[in-house]
Design a protein around this ligand. Structure first.
Ligand code: SAM
Ligand code: SF4
Length: 470
């Protein structure tokens, strides 16, 4: 495939960004080039997200805008891959008539074959059955090729010396609003040996930080070497890897936050004090309709479990505002949960009705203007509290994992009241505390991927500023 020049556009979550790495590797190992500029490409691949309507609309408008280019370049191929391809299935052609190939999120290893087929003018789809039509085996069978890609890909994660590793694929939670279980298939935990091989290889290549990924990563469950494994076992074993300093795992489901896993925050030194565990709402009535499987009090108890083990843990959450039937009192209950829990950060989303999900049967009755208002109120509240939590750290010296030069030094400097340009002997660098808070400080660029001690001197919003202490 030497004449293939592919460009990948990625929408959505961390899992999609890992999928983009796998896809790039699948293409390169068959001789294709992966190019940074879409204008240089003869194959345009879109790795899609269908969690909210907005991401889907952006995709279809970006694909639609290629019409003139397709006419000028008849050999140009367009591929729609991932969640939206699976969500639309046979109907994808109606929404995106320009698409030449389509592929489910679990079958990305097949994309090189699909490109070959499409070039011969043959139908080029690799889609899964629907969750109701397909057997578990139909979803599990393609995993072997995906595992092979995961194990063989080079280290090239979100920042230098940081690797993401899949531990759980799919989801069985069926939260009422969510398409993920419908498009990513049933929950499948990867064998411990595959995960650990990957961790050890990446650490051998220099990785200092590994992030385990799964939609409900703490539901990890496997059987190997004659014994059961849960996420606490996997973390303990991975933490023994030479060179590895930091382990994160996202995203945690509150109903599956066991005492054993909470203890891992205390027992396993490499496990970072960072817990991403979405609450989604603080009203029990809304949580019930969302099919989340816990009450607000149970959520708080799960957070308390982890805080007992690790008092300095930074807790982050996702929230949905404007879920069907959410009253002002329900929304206030969410704000109260935020005030009590004191999150270190959070994502807030306006409810977006998704076809085929259980919540579709409810009327989307919170007007958009009200969703926007609640979104802003909640975001401001989370940011204010997170800012206070950041300010409380000023004066401490913390180990910072350096991601690289600050992507927006001018903004960072303005927010912190510092200097925009590099100081003598360095540039403005950006890194993370063990709890995932952003730290900006001056230092040489070759610190990227290192862990250095930084004395925190001030905070602006949630961002911390400091100077090197070592
Ligand atoms: N598996 C993860 C979990 O359970 O926390 C997150 C999966 S989802 C890709 C990320 C976030 O999108 C969810 O936590 C939820 O807040 C939000 N989300 C999912 N479906 C949504 C919808 N229909 N409308 C608005 N937000 C949604
Ligand atoms: Fe969606 Fe719920 Fe599964 Fe997360 S746990 S992916 S929100 S169904």
């Amino acid at each position: 495939m030497e004449d293939v020049r592919a460009h990948i556009t990625t929408y959505g979550c961390q899992m999609n960004r890992l999928d983009a790495e796998l896809l790039a590797h699948a293409l390169r190992r068959e001789g294709a080039r992966v190019v940074a500029d879409p204008n240089d490409a003869n194959v345009l691949l879109f790795l899609t997200c269908s969690v909210r309507a907005h991401a889907e609309e952006r995709l279809f408008s970006n694909v639609g805008a290629l019409k003139a280019r397709k006419r000028r370049e008849p050999d140009l191929l367009v591929g729609i891959l991932g969640c939206t391809a699976q969500q639309y299935g046979d109907r994808l052609g109606e929404r995106a008539p320009l698409a030449d190939l389509a592929c489910a999120p679990g079958r990305l290893a097949e994309v090189p074959d699909l490109i070959r087929k499409a070039r011969r003018g043959r139908p080029a789809d690799a889609l899964d059955p629907t969750r109701t039509d397909g057997t578990r085996e139909a979803f599990v069978a393609p995993d072997a090729r995906l595992d092979d890609l995961e194990l063989a890909r080079p280290l090239g994660g979100p920042s230098p010396r940081h690797a993401c590793v899949t531990v759980v694929r799919g989801c069985d939670n069926f939260c009422a609003y969510c398409v993920v279980p419908h498009v990513r298939g049933p929950e499948r935990s990867r064998p411990p040996s595959a995960v650990l091989d990957e961790v050890r290889r990446f650490a051998g290549e220099g990785a200092r930080q590994v992030t385990f990924l799964g939609q409900a990563v703490n539901k990890y469950q496997a059987r190997e070497a004659g014994r059961p494994w849960d996420l606490a076992d996997l973390l303990a074993e991975a933490a023994d890897t030479r060179g590895l300093a930091r382990l994160h795992f996202i995203t945690n489901h509150p109903a599956a936050m066991t005492e054993r896993l909470a203890d891992a925050f205390a027992r396993v030194p490499a496990v970072c004090p960072y817990l991403h565990m979405p609450a989604q709402a603080g009203s029990d009535a809304v949580l019930r309709r969302m099919n989340r499987g816990y009450t607000a009090a149970e959520y708080e108890e799960r957070v308390a479990r982890v805080r007992r083990a690790r008092p300095d843990v930074a807790v982050a959450s996702d929230f949905i505002v404007g879920f069907p039937g959410e009253t002002e009192a329900d929304f206030e209950a969410t704000c109260d949960l935020v005030r009590r829990t004191r999150f270190a950060g959070g994502f807030v989303f306006k409810y977006s009705p998704r076809p085929g999900t259980a919540a579709e049967r409810y009327t989307d009755d919170v007007p958009d203007a009200e969703k926007r208002r609640r979104h802003q109120v909640l975001l401001d509240l989370i940011q204010d509290i997170a800012g206070e939590e950041s300010r409380a750290l000023v004066g401490r010296t913390v180990p910072v994992f350096v991601e690289g030069p600050s992507p927006n030094p001018h903004l960072d400097a303005a927010a912190g009241g510092g200097q925009a340009e590099s100081l003598a002997g360095g540039v403005q660098l950006r890194g993370r505390t063990p709890g995932g808070r952003i730290v900006v400080f001056d230092g040489p660029t070759d610190l990227a991927g290192e862990i250095v001690d930084v004395r925190l001197t001030r905070a602006a919003g949630v961002t911390l500023f400091g100077e090197r202490a070592s």
